[in-house]
Design a protein around this ligand. Sequence first.
Ligand SMILES: Nc1ncnc2c1ncn2[C@@H]1O[C@H](COP(=O)(O)OP(=O)(O)OP(=O)(O)O)[C@@H](O)[C@H]1O
Ligand SMILES: [Mg+2]
Length: 251
Amino acid sequence: MQQALIEISEIGRKYVIGAETIHALKSVSLQIKKGEFVALMGPSGSGKSTLMNILGCLDTPTSGTYILNGIHVSEMTDDELAEVRNKEIGFVFQTFNLLPRSSSLDNVALPLIYAGFNKQTRHEKALKVLESVGLGNRVDHKPNELSGGQRQRVAVARALINEPSIILADEPTGNLDTKTSIEIMGLLEEIHSNGNTIILVTHEEDIAQHAHRIVRMRDGIIEDDYLNENIKNVSPRLAALREKGDDFEIL
Ligand SMILES: Nc1ncnc2c1ncn2[C@@H]1O[C@H](COP(=O)(O)OP(=O)(O)OP(=O)(O)O)[C@@H](O)[C@H]1O
Ligand SMILES: [Mg+2]
C-alpha cells in the first residue's frame, strides 16, 4: 500500500483568549496520498485555514499527531521545519500576499534567497516559472500594475519556484472573477498533472469540482470526505477554454 504523504491523527487546535477557549479544530484525522487533489470546504469559522496552517507547518496543533512523508512533524527541529516549509510546500493565499514594492520577478525569486541560490540563478529560475504561468511579459511589473488574476499567477509562480511537492491554496480564487478563477484552476490542474499534491480551500462548489476528492468541515471536525464523481464533467469546460487559447502552459 502506498504510504500517505500527509497523515494527521486526532489533531486539535485551541486558542485561549482571556477566559475563553476556542476549539478551532476539535479532532481531525485525515490521510492524503501523494498526487491527490483535495478540496477542503465548509462554513466560515469551521477550521479550514487553521487546518491548512498546520498542514503547511506554519502552526502546530495543541493535540494529535502529524506525520509528513513518514516524519513526525513535532519531532522536527526549527531548521528542519523551515526547510520543509521552504522546499516541500508552496502556499497560495486569497489575498496574494505579494511584496507591494517588488517586481513580479523579485516576488517569485524571493524563496530562492532562503534556498541559497545566487542572484543570476534566482533570476533565471524566476523568469522560467513566470513564463510557465503566462507572465513572461510582466516580469518588471509591480503587484499594483497587474490584474487580480495576474497577481495570483505571480503568487502561484512563487509557490512553484522551489519545486515543492505539495501546494496549499487557501481560497486562491476568493478575490477573482469567474473567468479568472477558471484560469487559475486550470493552472492548478496543470500543476497537479505534473505530479504535485494539491490541497485547496474554497467556498465555491464550482471551484471544488476541479478537485478529485472533497473534504467537508464543520465546527472543527470533518463531517464528510468523498471522491468527486463529477470530475469528468469538468474537463469539457476547460477544454473549451483551452481551445479559445485562454490557457497557458506550465513548466
Ligand atoms: N489566531 C486566532 N486566535 C483566536 N481564534 C482564532 C484564531 N484563528 C482562528 N481562530 C478561530 O478559530 C476558528 C476557525 O478559524 P479558521 O480561520 O480556521 O476558519 P475558516 O474555516 O478558515 O473560516 P473562513 O472560511 O472564514 O476563512 C474560528 O472560530 C476563528 O475565530
Ligand atoms: Mg479561512
